[in-house]
Write a protein that binds this ligand. Structure first.
Ligand code: HEC
Length: 235
């Protein structure tokens, strides 16, 4: 390989990451305001999820009784169980995968770890980015998931949005049952819950982090005292 070729290789290698980031540039994601320490938000998210999403989606790695980790009592958990489920049951979809595939063309994916696959900012933006599109089969489309097969099940809460083709932004044309602020807060809770569900151990890990730092700090003080003791006689 001569020097010129090597130079070209280098230029190409440098260009690859630039190309990759350029393809994402068109997609703006809103920052999810989630807080895994906020138990009340996680509980609101869990209730919203179990009552609005399990018709079509499952969360096969999540058991109802794990909701105790976010501070729900057994009575509260029992109150949200579907027919025939026990507190130890996993969250299954009401609709079986085959009929869902018939109805929507694709089976609604399991949502247990969707927060790890998509990220919370993507999810927070996705649920708020449905818009009316007469060209799509379901009548709606989505800015971050073009030609999505999921119907806009939250449309009656958010209202109808339309895409302004000039700016590429969405605007609310018909108000829904909630104000924009209420809807955004509801979605923030939902995404917070999806984040918890994707990695329930995160809560434990955060707590562990503080304990470890506290321990190291204590060790610092002790070793400093020890150092002083050792060097006392030398000086
Ligand atoms: C009426 C059935 C239905 C309901 C109810 C529903 N979804 Fe969906 N959802 C779908 C279908 C179908 C898809 C697959 C879309 C595709 O691949 O084009 C989907 C896709 C998704 C995706 C994208 C998954 C991915 O990474 O590709 C997410 C996230 C999602 N749904 C979350 C939810 C949440 C949260 C709720 C409750 C608020 C919900 N869905 C309610 C049918 C539904």
């Amino acid at each position: 390989m001569n020097a010129i070729n090597k130079l070209w290789m280098l230029v190409l290698l440098l260009a690859v990451p630039m190309l990759a980031s350029a393809s994402d540039a068109g997609l703006h994601l809103d920052k999810a305001p989630g807080d895994l320490g906020d138990k009340a938000s996680l509980q609101r998210g869990a209730k919203f999820f179990t009552s609005n999403c399990l018709a079509c989606h499952s969360a096969a790695y999540m058991r109802y009784n794990r909701l105790a980790d976010i501070g729900m009592s057994l009575e509260e958990i029992k109150a949200m169980l579907p027919e025939g489920a026990k507190p130890g049951s996993t969250m299954s979809a009401a609709m079986d995968a085959a009929s869902a595939k018939m109805a929507f063309g694709v089976a609604p994916p399991d949502l247990s770890v969707v927060s790890r696959v998509r990220g919370t900012d993507w999810l927070y933006t996705y649920f708020r980015s449905f818009y009316v599109d007469s060209k799509s089969a379901s009548g709606v489309n989505n800015l971050v998931f073009p030609s999505v097969a999921m119907p806009n099940v939250l449309g009656y809460m958010q209202g109808d949005q339309e895409l302004d083709h000039a700016t590429g932004k969405l605007k609310l044309v018909t108000p829904g049952a909630m104000s924009t602020a209420e809807f955004d807060a509801t979605i923030a809770d939902l995404v917070n819950y999806l984040d918890f569900m994707g990695e329930p151990a995160k809560l434990v890990r955060y707590k562990l982090g503080y304990i470890v730092i506290g321990f190291l700090f204590l060790l610092l003080i002790l070793s400093y005292a020890l150092k002083k003791e050792f060097w006392k006689d030398v000086h």
